[in-house]
Unconditional design. Structure first.
Length: 94
């Protein structure tokens, strides 16, 4: 699974799966095997804001910290996303 970064953010890897690039840009957060089970899912808008699709096992504090990280780094993350996907940001057409 492609990771956005090799390090963890707030104890979680931020990644996407090759099967999910048909959806709008989003970020999974998981601390274990990088599978969707138990992970959180954040859809990313063109201004870096996120919409939470599912919370997974994350606490509200962890969610806020990851959202803050995504807001700062979303353009860099989008370059990795668009390398494998034909879809754009959440709520927009590419």
């Amino acid at each position: 699974m492609p990771k956005y970064y090799d390090f963890k953010v707030c104890g979680y890897y931020l990644y996407y799966t090759s099967s999910c690039v048909i959806e709008a840009m989003h970020v999974h957060a998981s601390d274990r095997k990088l599978t969707e089970g138990g992970s959180a899912k954040f859809f990313v808008k063109s201004n870096g804001d996120t919409t939470i699709e599912k919370k997974g096992i994350l606490t509200e504090r962890e969610i806020r910290k990851i959202q803050e990280f995504i807001k700062i780094h979303y353009k860099e993350m989008y370059l990795k996303w668009i390398a494998l996907s034909e879809t754009g940001f959440y709520g927009e057409d590419l």
